[in-house]
Design a protein around this ligand. Structure first.
Ligand code: AGP
Length: 613
């Protein structure tokens, strides 16, 4: 997804914008640019490729001004190039725009504008926006009014920031739909605009999050927010307590590595203040749920994408076991188009690290249309999903920068453990003794995760012998079947090795035909109620010459006779085991990808937040 940074204040805007864009690099992009107002004219620098190219161009030919906008582009219309990079400038040179989203009707708008004399300098859809604003500016409108009128022509979801030499004391920004957020950072005598808060978290921790169909006029000492209909809006100011350092690499080589190793601490943060370790009582105030309402819930439909969908599959086991509520899980991209049978007694639970995934947001909108109660498990504070839901549970994982999701997976599973306990507590399916037992188990979990992470060298060694394979099969059963799916996704998305996750019981229905010495099998075989079944799968894979790597429970000597390699993890209650069994799979994927020289944090073709279909 594209990144946006804007600045207005007493400082030189360009260095602040470039630094902010650097902090958004993890979102994936293919070109970048910035513009400032310098000597009453708009000065623009744009380049294709990595941000270093733009920085080099800027250093060779600097521009300076106290108001500016910057953008990292993820091409949708028009190939990655300097001419297609944002910002886009109007014909008169008076207005410049950066944009997130897709102008779905840009073709007809472009034809109409060209017929009216507009000359286009790019192949982008975005350029129609700056021409429309210029057209309305010509009618003596203010930049705010011209922008407000211009965006009413656009179909699709958009985030826009505009700047004009006619009004050099303000930036104008607006949001329509869910093309990524717009955060207004409030400084002291200066203000910021960002598509994501890490871009400017080093300058301020006070933010206003623009809602859909709102427009803001931002000056160095204030702001005015209206609806697109012109109604004034009294916006809530959020204080973000993330430590800017936590969005930095520290002593790690990659953000993914850092975030894998942060999981013990992240899990501690996730449960903090939500469970009484004496009584086992769980409190999830942001769900705004009464016992009576909890008793009325007849089903939960979970909708999510990618890693978050696999987390939801684990949540199904947890909620059905602990709260005895039927749960079905759907990919959000399927849910949004299948006219789901839900009603006011249903809950739609979405899980989304970014809170901006377009399919997941569409699932929320579909659920609201059908009057279902909507809950979100979300990491990004202030994100769309969080604000569009009736209730939410934050992951408390801190910023997740690596494209491959790791701590968001384990903390979202932890959130579903808490949710299942909370629902069981409210519905009476769990006794006080049950709650105390689960609380004791949860209390031990961060330490157990920490012990698995200490074994890092083991994974680095094992990766040497595995990095050369081009196909892997991941097998799991029961609550660890979704962990097999997640392990396969981790490997494929950062190492580009083909990897498939499968329910182990399905082996004989097809996949076993694949097994030979060129197809390693990674089996999750913990001491749980399906251990014997898993052991049989391991033996079947070995019998066909397959290499087997087992994730197993410490003390299990039998598996050591059956598998080629064993990755031991400490004993853990079955319902909590996915939070532990996934760690070896994360580490193995990471080390194999490093061995293969892959771009671990920014894998090809992927973005951290998928905000376009
Ligand atoms: C996870 O490693 C992937 N990067 C991807 O599948 C991700 O989980 C998916 O895009 C959903 O993102 P979200 O949790 O922010 O909605």
């Amino acid at each position: 997804m594209c990144g946006i940074v804007g600045y207005i204040g007493p400082q030189d805007a360009a260095p602040i914008i470039l630094d902010g864009l650097k902090r958004l690099e993890y979102r994936g992009y293919d070109s970048a640019g910035l513009a400032v107002i310098q000597d009453s004219a708009i000065a623009v620098r744009r380049d294709v490729g990595k941000l270093d190219n733009l920085t080099r161009l800027f250093q060779q030919s600097p521009i300076s001004g106290q108001i500016g906008v910057g953008h990292t582009r993820w091409a949708t219309h028009g190939e990655p190039s300097a001419r297609n990079a944002h910002p886009h400038i109007s014909m008169s040179g008076r207005v410049v725009v950066v944009h997130n989203g897709i102008v779905e009707n840009y073709r007809e708008l472009k034809d109409e504008l060209i017929a009216g004399g507009a000359v286009f300098n790019s192949d982008t859809d975005t350029e129609v926006i700056v021409h429309l604003i210029e057209r309305y500016l010509g009618c003596d409108s203010s930049l705010t009014e011209a922008t407000r009128l211009a965006v009413q022509h656009l179909r699709g979801a958009h985030a826009v920031v505009a700047m004009s030499i006619q009004e050099p004391d303000r930036l104008v920004t607006t949001r329509i739909g869910n093309a990524g957020g717009v955060a207004i950072g409030l400084g002291d005598g200066e203000n910021f605009i960002a598509s994501d808060i890490p871009a400017v978290l080093g300058h301020t921790r006070r933010f206003i999050f623009l809602e859909s169909r709102q427009i803001a006029t931002v000056t160095c000492d204030g702001y005015m927010i209206q609806t697109l209909g012109g109604e004034p809006v009294l916006a809530r100011i959020a204080s973000i307590d993330w430590n800017p350092m936590s969005a930095e690499l520290g002593e790690y080589k990659h953000f993914m590595q850092k975030e894998i190793f942060e999981q013990a601490r992240a899990l501690t943060d996730t449960v903090r203040g939500r469970i009484d370790f004496e009584t086992g009582q769980v409190t999830l105030t942001d769900l705004k749920l009464t016992a009576e309402e909890a008793g009325r819930i007849n089903r939960i439909v979970a909708a999510a994408c990618g890693t978050s969908a696999y987390s939801a599959l684990i949540g199904k086991y947890l909620v059905e076991e602990l709260a005895r509520i039927p749960v079905e899980v759907d990919y959000a991209s399927e849910f949004r188009y299948r006219d789901p049978i839900i009603d006011s007694d249903s809950v739609v639970l979405t899980i989304t690290q970014s809170g901006e995934t377009v399919d997941t947001l569409a699932a929320i909108e579909e659920a609201r249309l059908k009057k279902a109660r909507v809950w979100s498990i979300v990491n990004a504070i202030g994100s769309q999903a969080m604000r569009l839901s009736d209730g939410f549970i934050t992951m408390q994982a801190g910023p997740e920068i690596g494209v491959a999701s790791t701590k968001a997976f384990t903390t979202s599973v932890m959130d579903q453990v808490l949710l299942a306990l909370y629902l069981g507590q409210l519905r009476g399916t769990l006794s006080a003794a049950d709650l105390r037992r689960h609380a004791r188990d949860i209390a031990r979990l961060p330490d157990i995760v920490g012990r698995v992470l200490e074994d890092n060298a083991r994974y680095s060694e094992l990766a040497v012998g595995l990095a050369g394979f081009n196909n892997f099969l991941y097998l799991g059963r029961g609550i660890n079947y979704p962990v097999a799916l997640e392990g396969a996704l981790k490997l494929k998305e950062i190492s580009y090795i083909h990897a498939e996750g499968y329910p182990a019981g399905e082996m004989k229905h097809g996949p076993i035909a694949l097994i030979n010495e060129n197809m390693p099998t990674l089996a999750i075989i913990l001491r749980d109620h399906v251990y014997d079944k898993m052991l049989s799968q391991v033996e079947q894979a070995r019998a066909r010459g397959g290499i087997v790597i087992a994730v197993a429970t410490e003390g299990d000597t039998l598996i050591a006779e059956k598998a080629d390699h064993v990755l031991y993890v400490p004993e853990v209650p079955e319902l909590l085991s996915p939070i532990v069994s996934v760690i070896p799979l994360q580490l193995l994927a990471y080390h194999i990808a490093v061995r293969r020289g892959a771009d671990v944090d920014k894998p090809r073709n992927l973005a951290k937040s998928v905000t376009v279909e």
